[in-house]
Design a protein around this ligand. Structure first.
Ligand SMILES: Nc1nc2c(ncn2[C@@H]2O[C@H](COP(=O)(O)OP(=O)(O)OP(=O)(O)O)[C@@H](O)[C@H]2O)c(=O)[nH]1
Ligand SMILES: [Mg+2]
Length: 167
């Protein structure tokens, strides 16, 4: 199961289900969690299963019995940064053995504030199996990256990590 948290997590999940080449990734169960009700309503309209983190809707119910859970979130703002470890802990408490968080750090051009917030959020994730993907690494890797395409590349880096089987 792939559980997306916050704006970035949900965008990553949509890209991943569309672009995945591995069958198991395309066919996985996707859950979209956010504290933004407008966003959740849009996602629900598209047929996705959603969880309102703001209303304390409990992710435990949907993760019950899941063998492997991937949590996706972008660090640096509120929802993803604050909820990823809460959701991880509650999934583990529900009995999910294998919980893996895949998180990104902000691009340098997003500013010091977000970078600092991301750092703190990642530190708070100790105890959760976490893969940190540094968005800035993408700038060194891909010459054609620009403001408009940067997050597409970031989404794809998360997909690559999942399909690699190493996370
Ligand atoms: N891969 C990817 N990363 C994104 C995207 N949008 C934003 N990000 C990154 O994720 C970080 C967090 O942004 P969001 O996920 O939008 O924030 P949020 O967790 O929803 O937090 P709030 O909206 O403040 O509650 C940003 O600083 C960006 O680095 C996206 O579409 N794809
Ligand atoms: Mg948001």
């Amino acid at each position: 199961m792939i559980l997306a948290i916050g704006g970035a997590g949900c965008n990553m999940a949509e890209t991943i289900m569309r672009e995945a080449s591995a069958h198991w990734v395309r066919e996985a169960t996707y859950i979209f969690a956010d504290s933004d009700h407008t966003r959740l309503a849009e996602l629900a309209k598209r047929g996705y299963q959603t969880i309102s983190l703001k209303d304390n809707e409990n992710p435990c119910e949907v993760v019950k019995g899941v063998e492997k859970l991937y949590l996706l979130a972008g660090m640096g703002d509120k929802t993803g940064s604050e909820y990823v470890n809460i959701v991880a802990d509650s999934a583990k408490a529900t009995g999910v053995q294998d919980v893996s968080a895949i998180v990104t750090t902000p691009f340098y051009f997003e500013g010091e504030g977000k970078i600092e917030k991301a750092k703190e959020a990642i530190e708070s994730l100790n105890g959760v199996k976490t893969t940190v993907l540094r968005n800035d690494d993408l700038l060194e890797k891909y010459a054609d990256i620009n403001f408009a395409t940067a997050f597409d590349y970031a989404d794809m880096s998360v997909l690559k990590a999942i399909e690699s089987g190493e996370v």
